[in-house]
Design a protein around this ligand. Structure first.
Ligand code: ATP
Ligand code: MG
Length: 598
């Protein structure tokens, strides 16, 4: 299944996703650039969990590697020790593994154990868990040597300006910068200071290493950017080895080079950094062909926020239960909610890759999920808000097994037997004492068809002291079962049910969008948290589910007939006591809403 790319070297790739980056790479492969080799990477900073936007980048980078028979490195972009943590490293490994499993895992390059150089990497990940990522911090020794080399070449200097003054001297896009008073420092002096910086002789922020480029450049990133800063902080991967950390711009291009990346693909906000990316690599006069950076538009998705900083706020303020709360747009949240990896990949294919920033309709993701689950999720009957029905003309002790189709979209899924008995539960919504116009389900004196079973008629209603309907008295037409004499009678509505004696009592959680507005980030004068959807979670504790669900396993997905797709929560279910998360409704409930608001 995952070996379709094996012939891609001799045949033109069978390409599902044609886009401008694809064109560029195909051109390079044809022209023999990089010896015809394609190397990409996915470089998250371990300062939060991955979200659906990262999924776009993962699918793009691994997809290209897969298609061109190349490799894709998972690299922790861990140059900022103050915000990073191993919890994030572990979640990223797990999430990437999950997303590419059975699809592009052959393209994932495995770090050789004990090899911190990045060179000589050739092993491939064979689906073994957990995958071993690369770490930019493993290259700190090499990156340091590259910095020394730049100083020697007169292309970098140690600067003693405070962070505030560095900022002030830099100017702004419409105002040229001003040279630092330390700009003319000799290579010898800078080298000596740089070594002392490394040795820990100076406090945080006392000095920086800066590239000597052009303080009057219209591109502010070329105004002698800082390459190294002092931080006396322990690092989650390198421990106490360093008190000097490279900046993103310096570490990133060099990590790409060290790993032999050919196409370094990132989001559009890095377009302005590209001249610096090229400057650093060119200034070092490196022997191998240089990687190049390409930019695409990031994914913005409606009715949610995506920046890790904001997602962290939701976690810290306990607005959600954690990074993997099923309402979160994180990969772990979507997984826990029941979104299949395949559906997320399909969504990433549907949105395409362009250079234009826009807002993607949240219902497109839900569409991809529905389409996928429709094909693979078995149908079951589940009553979320039970109303008791006693069938007067059915023997007390009788139990019949009704044959039910597991998945009409997939004959190989077979059938199962669902027990039927005298007392059943139906959905409260499927009964109205005084039927509204066009209500064709159950009401006194009226008939409805029970899925896989009989035609049912309501003959009496029982109420409690407050007048609430608590039980229905009904009869069945005994010949109306499938194959029976009256099975073909015209009945307008069919409803689902479960046998009371056999049912599994269970908790079901209904999730809805986290925000009430499509673009919570961009609301005038508003903090994004003031647009939270108060109804994003509804917990129903007393649902009655078909007995076959007693065996449901964590993560397993189902269609509850007429209600939606649900999966067994992987965290809070106990053996024999599954808790269900609603993955998606059967139809797009927000479509009407959108039409109303235009
Ligand atoms: P955030 O802004 O959400 O904190 P980030 O860009 O800082 O995200 P990184 O960990 O640096 O997160 O991202 C790793 C890779 O994923 C980068 O190459 C980045 O360009 C890409 N990426 C991040 N967000 C998106 C997105 N919304 N759409 C597509 N790619 C993204
Ligand atoms: Mg980032």
């Amino acid at each position: 299944m995952s070996h379709e790319n094996s012939s891609s070297q001799d045949a033109p790739p069978a390409a599902p996703a044609r886009h401008f980056i694809h064109e560029i790479i195909a051109g390079h492969v044809q022209a023999g650039r990089y010896g015809g080799r394609v190397g990409t990477r996915f470089p998250p900073e371990p300062n939060g969990y991955l979200h659906i936007g990262h999924a776009k980048s993962i699918c793009l980078n691994f997809g290209l590697a897969r298609e061109f028979g190349g490799t894709c490195n998972l690299r922790m972009d861990d140059t900022n020790p103050t915000r990073e943590d191993v919890e994030y490293v572990d979640s990223i490994r797990h999430d990437v593994q999950w997303l590419i499993e059975g699809w592009a895992e052959d393209s994932l390059t495995l770090k050789k154990v004990g090899d911190a150089s990045g060179a000589g990497v050739s092993g491939k990940n064979r689906g073994g868990t957990p995958l071993e990522p690369f770490y930019a911090s493993d290259y700190f020794p090499q990156i340091y040597e590259f910095a020394v080399e730049l100083i020697r070449k007169g292309k970098a200097y140690v600067c003693d300006l405070s962070p505030e003054d560095t900022e002030r001297y830099r100017g702004s896009p419409d105002r040229p910068g001003q040279d630092s008073p330390f700009r003319d420092r000799s290579a010898e002096e800078s080298l000596a200071l740089f070594q002392r910086m490394r040795a820990g002789e100076f406090p945080d922020s006392a000095r920086t290493l800066r590239a000597r480029i052009d303080m009057s450049s219209p591109n502010i990133w070329l105004r002698d950017p800082v390459l190294y800063r002092i931080r006396h902080t322990e690092h989650h991967h390198t421990g106490k080895q360093w008190c000097l950390y490279p900046m993103y711009d310096f570490a990133h291009c060099l990590s790409d080079y060290i790993e032999g990346v050919t196409h370094s693909i990132c989001t559009l906000e890095f377009e302005v950094h590209r001249p610096l990316y090229d400057w650093i690599l060119e200034a070092l006069r490196l022997p191998r062909e240089l990687p190049r950076q390409y930019e695409f538009a990031r994914l913005n998705l409606g009715y949610t926020v995506m920046s890790k900083r904001k997602l962290l706020q939701l976690v810290q303020d306990r607005i959600v239960t954690g990074w993997d709360d099923p309402r979160m747009p994180t990969i772990s949240g979507l997984r826990r909610r029941g979104y299949p990896a395949e559906a997320i990949r399909h969504f990433c294919e549907l949105i395409g890759v362009t250079k234009f920033n826009g807002l993607t309709d949240a219902s497109l993701l839900e569409f991809a999920v529905r389409e996928n689950l429709n094909k693979r999720a078995n149908r079951v009957m589940a009553v979320l808000r039970p109303l008791k029905v006693v069938i007067e003309n059915y023997e007390d002790s009788r139990v019949e097994m009704m044959e039910a189709v597991n998945n009409p979209e997939d004959p190989s899924a077979g059938t199962r037997n669902v027990p039927f008995s005298k007392t059943i539960y139906i959905e409260q919504d499927d009964f109205m004492e005084t039927p509204a116009k066009k209500f064709y389900r159950l009401f006194p004196g009226h008939e409805v068809r029970l899925r896989y079973a009989y035609i049912l008629k309501c003959v009496a209603v029982e109420k409690d002291a407050t007048g609430r309907v608590v039980e229905l008295r009904c009869t069945i037409d005994p010949d109306s079962k499938a194959g029976g004499a009256t099975a073909g009678r015209k009945i307008k509505a069919t409803i689902h049910w479960v046998s009371a004696a056999h049912a599994l009592a269970s908790e079901v959680r209904l999730y809805d969008r986290l925000f009430t507005v499509e673009h919570p980030d961009a609301q005038a004068g508003g903090d994004f948290k003031s647009f939270l959807n108060p109804k994003s979670l509804e917990v129903i504790t007393d649902c009655r589910l078909e007995s076959s669900l007693k065996e449901a396993q964590p993560g397993q997905r189902f269609q509850f007939e007429r209600l939606g797709y649900f999966c067994v929560d992987s965290k809070e279910s106990a053996p024999g006591k599954p808790v269900f998360n609603r993955t998606a409704t059967l139809r797009d409930a927000w479509a009407k809403e959108r039409q109303k608001t235009g």
